[in-house]
Design a protein around this ligand. Sequence first.
Ligand code: OGA
Ligand code: MN
Length: 289
Amino acid sequence: MPLMIEPMDATLGAKVTGLDLAALDDAAWREVEAAFNRHALLIFPGQKLSAEAQLAFARRLGEIEVIVEGMTTVPVSNKAADGRLLDADSHRMQLLRGNEGWHTDSSYMPLSAKASVLSAHVIPPAGGQTQWADARAAYDALDAATRERIAPLSAYHSYFYSQAKIGHKVGSGAGYGFFDGEPPLRPLVKVHPVTGRPALYLGRHACRIPGLADDEALALLDTLLEFTCQPPRVYTHDWRPGDVAVWDNRCLLHRARPYDYRQERVLMHTRIKGNPETEMATNYRVASA
Ligand code: OGA
Ligand code: MN
């Protein structure tokens, strides 16, 4: 079967068929990489990748970010180690619920993520989709006055803030995802290091904006987020076990959709590190000599 790249009916995303991700040669990889830079989200239906093959594919994009100590690929799953489903009020379930807010991966870490790979293993009968929103197309659609207003602004990104907003109070040192230092500061407009396209950079972790009162900052961030996540800038994927998605965290937002938590949902996630030259928070940049 020939390699096919079919754009989604949205400003982002393409479906890729006719290749085996577990046996990707360099020529096919170059086509996949070009499609990734253009569409920012690629869906590969029915790949059924092993964890090793997923990791090998993710490594094509760059160095792997370790999200949980000692793990290069982590389950995004409501199933506990003993096989039972997590309690609704458990720490891990609250982290999963956090994923239901629009975000971009690791924006709350000093070095934000370049990309993420997610594969579907067990999918509930209803709900549990993943959605992506195109922050490049959102920037393109802004009026001139808004572009001018946000051009000089940056926001702090904090996991404590975003989890507190959904009622999850955590102390420092809580493990997974929590970063104890000063929250990373990131410009509201991010220029893509490969394509040069500007994109809004925000999401649920974004909170304070230096130079603005907190209520004014939150109102602005809410308005921009709401604007970003509207058709035709949103793609929703109904997972089937075996599907693989890879997306560009530098210019897209994503979120999980709710489902009946008494049903099992298991995906596997591999995250690719950003480049320190372009994805390091401005307040964590090391001054060059
Ligand atoms: C993630 C994430 C979304 C989902 O793994 O980073 O946001 O649908 N997942 O599970
Ligand atoms: Mn995520």
